[in-house]
Design a protein around this ligand. Structure first.
Ligand code: BGC
Length: 210
């Protein structure tokens, strides 16, 4: 039985019992002869609940499907609108640079997905130079690169493959404190692996379709 069906059943039972116990004549019935009464009466009450659940099950299932469909539609449609509004062209691709909110790497990943893109992985020195021009000095920006799966294997969030372009700051990636698995662009515009829970600005790239 689904969660909502179980919840409804419990509510119905509580309501039913409240009514049953507070009514004078039923209270008498309950106290006088409850054991012999319950057999048939409980069965018919339970049958009523089950019939109600059966009658509504299809509707609840349909509701679940509709919710999923709506989500799928939103996932497909909202991002395209947002991409046009917020992403700027740098070289041949489009990027969004978050300059107001600092979030951890996981949130940054999720926000970029909600915008229909991915946390960004620059693909070349030229692209990185183009991005640099739009950044604010002395800030750090999350990139869509991490070695969360396998230490030392830096994958791009956008492709799921090895990041095609990496430009580490000197001495990096050092996985300091054995806790640095996510890649940021530092104020020297070079890459560093930092703790994924660190909160900073971030850069999204638009997905291929835009
Ligand atoms: C280190 C980096 C480290 C960072 C953490 C820097 O001083 O050079 O390796 O990721 O501190 O904030």
């Amino acid at each position: 039985m689904s969660k909502s069906a179980s919840l409804l059943l419990c509510m119905l039972i509580v309501l039913y019992l409240q009514k049953y116990v507070t009514s004078d004549s039923n209270t008498a019935l309950l106290t006088q002869n409850s054991e012999s009464q319950c057999g048939g009466y409980c069965i018919s009450a339970i049958k009523l609940f089950l019939e109600h659940i059966a009658a509504n099950q299809q509707r609840w299932n349909a509701f679940d499907v509709t919710t999923l469909e709506c989500k799928a539609i939103l996932d497909r449609k909202v991002p395209k609108v947002k991409q046009k509004e917020y992403f700027v062209q740098i070289g041949s691709r489009f990027f969004y640079i978050e300059q107001h909110h600092r979030v951890n790497w996981f949130s940054a990943t999720s926000i970029c997905r909600q915008m229909g893109g991915y946390l960004a992985s620059p693909r070349s020195e030229d692209e990185l130079n183009g991005i640099k021009e739009k950044l604010t000095r002395d800030r750090y920006y999350w990139l869509g690169i991490s070695d969360l799966g396998n230490e030392g294997l830096f994958l791009s969030v956008a492709t799921g493959k090895m990041a095609s372009f990496l430009k580490w700051s000197s001495g990096e990636p050092n996985n300091r404190g054995k806790n640095e698995r996510c890649v940021e662009l530092r104020s020297d515009f070079l890459m560093n692996n930092n703790a994924c829970t660190f909160k900073t600005y971030f850069i999204c790239e638009a997905s291929g379709e835009s």
